[in-house]
Design a binder for this molecule. Sequence first.
Ligand SMILES: [Zn+2]
Length: 312
Amino acid sequence: MDKMESRNKRKNKLVNFLNISLIILLIVANIYFIKLNINIDKKRNLNINELNSQKNNFNTSETKTKELEKELTHLKNIDEEINEIKNEYFENLKAFEDKVSNKEVDYKIAYLTFDDGPYYLTHKYLEVLEKYNVRATFFTIGLDKESCYDNRSKSCKELYAKTAKYGHTMANHTYSHQIFYGLYSSTNSFINNVKKQEKLIKDRTGITTNIVRFPGGIASAGSLRNSIVKELKNLGYGWVDWTASNGDGGFVASKQDAMNNLKKTINEDIEVILFHDYSNITLSILPDVIEYLQNKNYVLLPLFYESKMINK
Ligand SMILES: [Zn+2]
């Protein structure tokens, strides 16, 4: 009996021990499991946070990409938009010019044109025109700073872009302007000079010009006149001489003379006035010229291809 009891006691002890061990094992396992879960949760949260942050980054990048794409499309279309605005502007000018021609309005039109630049004085011409909010036309030639008439100028090259930026019409007066040295030796020589100047203006301003003025006027082309005009037309160019001037291409003794010369030639409803932006005298009377014309009801405009004054 004792033996039985003793065996049972040992058996119970063993069972108890096993139970306790199991419980401890369960507790340890549970703690471990809980800890594992906590870690998994932490990791999951971290991952979720990271994913959210990446998603946000992605969303921001996506928005930025879309904005940039929009901007890029806008930039690609900007040339088109500018052309549309320009076309609309010139259509309005054309309509206005027609009204002036038909005397439907009290206004007249004067196209101020400046030849042979840019010159170091062109800066000052631009300032005066800007002060009066007047847009004009510049018939430029192929001057570089190295050959900008005198050494005082270091900036003739940049004057093309500056003139265009101010909204004036950039026009072509040939690259060389060498009336007596080969320009009019053949149609090819003239056309090559026009193309060379067209490229120079395009390179320096981004603008394609389609208005030409013959150096010395169309009469200087002599027997080549018809051939050159035909070729210009083929290339999409129009050309224009002038209807009025103050004589600043030659000798003018005084400001008074320059003003009187001009007044004598102003008598039409639409005038194309020839000046040279290398002339000190013209620069000094430019405010008076503008005020004189405006007082006579002239609206001062930049030339444009569709104008009736452009031969094409
Ligand atoms: Zn000239």
